[in-house]
Design a binder for this molecule. Sequence first.
Ligand code: GDP
Ligand code: CA
Length: 318
Amino acid sequence: MVKNMQPIVVLAGGVGAARFLQGVVAALPVRDLTIVGNVGDDTEIAGLHVSPDLDTVLYTLTGESDEERGWGVRGDSSRALERARSLGHDAWFWLGDLDIGLHLTRTEALNAGLPLSAVTTQLAGALGLEDRLVPVTDDRLRTIIETPDGDLDFQTYYVRRGHRDDIVGIRFDGAAAAAPAPGVVDAISRAAAIIVAPSNPLISIGPILAVPGIREALLARSVPCVAVSPIVGGQALRGPAAEMMRSLGLELSPAGVAGLYDGLIDAIVIDDVDHSLAVEVEQRGVAVRITNTIMRDAAARRHVATVALEVAGIRLSA
Ligand code: GDP
Ligand code: CA
């Protein structure tokens, strides 16, 4: 990390963000990057504190992630969970052995009174992450999915019940009383540019924006804030963003995404297939850049990141 540089701040969820961040890291060998991570998906499994989005970013940027599956460590075994299951544990949430090792360490540190941000810095440093990964808040914040049958915590909705339930609302328990983690507002205020990763706007970016002080810091920005649309051709490339937006009656397009970020972004990078929607997005006062946003491989990820950084006014050296 280089001192006295202005940070580039990326608001990040899980897999979509992690792929994009791989591109950012490739495009910017010298950088001061602050990744503000979502904790709305966090959960406790048998007493272990699991932070799926922070871990997806961490494993991906340190080259450990299981790309195909989208979570966990590549090649991880599941002996601990299999043993637990054989002993009667209801193993609806998959945790690999190496993963459990990380969760044990995190949980122990949290129980000893360390804030999540400090624990995350420790874990990230130990695993060799070169960039700053910080949970948006150290306080308890949980995404709750409101369905016709009642409220479900996010992992129950998504993993246990297979995101089949209709959604009547989404709320972020604890958000109103949460404070931004140390350094988050400062990074946004000092940023050279802010990027909203191609993450689920409702449940990955939504919880970040729900922490008092974050939205205000973004509104007060004097540098560009650029989003990359996670919605491509009327679909989400992964995860429940599409069904959620549809359930809530939101427009399933980059224009719908821009609407959710009203006032918070200056520009949005949208996919070639959505080129005809550019005018509609621009009518919302958001500039549009059209390119191929499918982040299949390393080159594609670097391309999307390069375009987003350029739109945000970041000069890239060769
Ligand atoms: P999750 O927490 O693991 O679901 O991850 P995120 O919220 O960060 O990312 C989910 C979003 O990433 C989905 O809405 C996807 O459409 C989006 N996404 C995943 N891969 C790509 C890609 O290659 N290009 C774009 N534009 N979006 C992507
Ligand atoms: Ca997530």
